[in-house]
Design a protein around this ligand. Structure first.
Ligand code: ADP
Ligand code: MG
Length: 260
């Protein structure tokens, strides 16, 4: 019996995916993917360019329609779990064509708490500022988001996700194109979320940091090649299977050097 309310959180997985297939044209971008994400852990979705990583996240969130498959969040369909999920898309896909202050971007993450017509009170502003502080962006609250560097924007998007107070965070390449300090700040926050019992799933392309950053790996190459703890999935044989000729042996060995 699937629990119908928040009390199901203790028993149902934060994310359970069965047989998701997505096609844009004739060829599937994701084929029959299964995924089970465990609570309070960090899971990386890893695979070569075009492997379907972004598509899998979008299909899970109903942003693209899968041809087949089922998705449950905390044992519930998306519509009943929406307020427990935060999504940070790949940065390149966000285009700010109108001036918006950083603090307002973060407040947007709180609209469910505010209600559509709810007034923004000082308490909300304080909460938004606290989220900016967590990502080291408190001094930029009044700046226009479009005027920030890519890495700074990425921190703000993470602050907005934090403001949502979600239980499950889905991030698409949160470290892409950010500087080392930002990367450190972001992984620090993600680890804090996991320590609070929240769940993090991130598309990640830098193999060298997988063992340091994540508990689990889903290896994707249109199909799921492997899923499980880093120690059993992040191994040369499976990485070769996922990357095929697209990854030099040196890169695989380099990535694994950290695990041993
Ligand atoms: P990844 O995030 O792993 O790099 P994507 O999920 O973005 O991969 O893409 C998977 C495949 O689907 C690629 O071959 C890509 O070209 C294709 N694809 C992605 N988005 C679209 C789209 N909107 N329309 C058509 N094809 C797409
Ligand atoms: Mg992608």
């Amino acid at each position: 019996m699937v629990p119908e309310d928040r009390s199901g959180a203790a028993t149902a997985a934060p994310l359970e995916v069965h047989g998701i297939t997505v096609t844009y044209g004739e060829k599937p971008a994701v084929f029959s993917a299964d995924m089970t994400v465990r609570a309070g852990e960090l899971t990386a979705i890893v695979g070569p360019n075009g492997a379907g990583k972004s598509t899998l996240l979008k299909a899970v969130l109903g942003i693209v329609m899968p041809l087949a498959g089922q998705v449950q969040f905390f044992g519930l369909p998306l519509d009943k779990a929406r307020d427990r999920i935060a999504y940070v898309p790949q940065r390149a896909s966000v285009d700010w064509d109108f001036p918006t202050r950083v603090i307002d971007v973060v407040l947007m993450g709180m609209y469910r708490q505010l209600g559509l017509l709810g007034r923004v009170r000082q308490a909300h502003r304080d909460a938004a500022l606290h989220c900016l502080t967590r990502v080291g962006m408190q001094d930029f609250a009044e700046r226009q988001i479009g005027q920030l560097s890519g890495g700074q924007q990425q921190r703000v998007f993470l602050a907005r996700a934090l403001a949502q107070q979600a239980d499950l965070y889905l991030l698409d390449e949160p470290f892409a194109g950010v500087d080392a300090a930002t990367e450190k700040a972001i992984i620090g926050v993600l680890k804090e979320l996991a320590e609070e019992g929240r769940t993090v799933v991130a598309v990640h392309h830098d193999l060298s940091t997988v063992p340091e950053y994540f508990d689990n790996v889903l290896l994707l190459a249109t199909q799921v090649i492997a899923e499980g703890p880093v120690s059993t999935t992040f191994v040369p044989e499976l990485l070769h299977k996922a990357y095929g000729g697209r990854l030099g042996a040196g890169q695989v060995i380099g990535a694994l050097a950290e695990t041993v």
